[in-house]
Ligand binder design. Sequence first.
Ligand code: MG
Length: 354
Amino acid sequence: MLERTVRVNASKSYDVIISKGILDRAGEHIKAVKKGLSSAVIVSDDNVFPLYGERLKRTLNDNCISSLEFVVPHGEKSKDIAVFAELLEFLATNKVNKGSVLIALGGGVVGDLTGFAAASYLRGIEFIQIPTTLLAAVDSSVGGKTAVNLKAGKNLAGAFWQPSLVLCDPETFETLSFEELANGISESVKYGVICDRDFFDDIEKNGFESDIEKKIELCVSIKRDIVEADEFDKGKRKLLNLGHTFGHAIEKCSDFTISHGAAVAIGMVAAARASEKLGLAEEKCSDRITALLTSLKLPTSCPYSVESLFDAALSDKKVEDKSISLILIRKIGDSIIYDVPLKELKNIFEKAFS
Ligand code: MG
């Protein structure tokens, strides 16, 4: 069977292996990166574990790896400091040691929770990502950002902690709803807009459905290059936030009824509009992005006023923040980090949304 491998050389070096059916071969791949492994803890949610948990346990078992499972309720509410504490207590009660590994089987919530637990438990144990959503495959499972939410906001407690291996089985995406798939498609288009015009052209010409493994490989390679250049998010990695400042404001205004991917899609169009009106972007840039997203059945506009969007964006910011890094677009495949003083941000929101 064809296995596509992307090697990531960050503070830890590891492979991202993309292959249909790799879930059933996970045990051998895990054994290959951690010789002598005899036990593992699977962290998953109550949607994913019933679908794939037994298959994972079987391949582990076939490779002489016993496993325990910690299954959380699905959804964002499990990306929580209380659930995180429960997971750590579970590991301690079961005397899990550094010779073991955690395996995140699920989407971004499970991956972020497991990664942060792996970063903290015993001051760090190894973990493996098995993303079961397109969004987690092209985005959160690679690059080592882990976190849980606090009452005051999302991702406020976390760590940079790279996985030891990422196994991506696109067959697991077959059970996703259109909306869940759209989240991943939106973030994939984002990579094209940031730095790969050919990829954008390819999706424009051929749609997203064909050759999905190749597309995942390309997205992971783009993310790899950015993470290798700036693992700790001090510069270039900010490019990955294209559409996200506007997008987060949209998610907030909708009381999170608009999904992340849909909000990022609208946010990319907003970024393109603002870029055009600032004289940064080539002509028709926002038209092309709008047309592509529309053809992929993603939204490109929202009903909220500039005022409420701006207020939502500001509510994230600390009083000390004097400026914000926005990602703007020069042309498709060429985006830049643009530092905006907070007092000029309103003006940019007006350009973006009117
Ligand atoms: Mg995102």
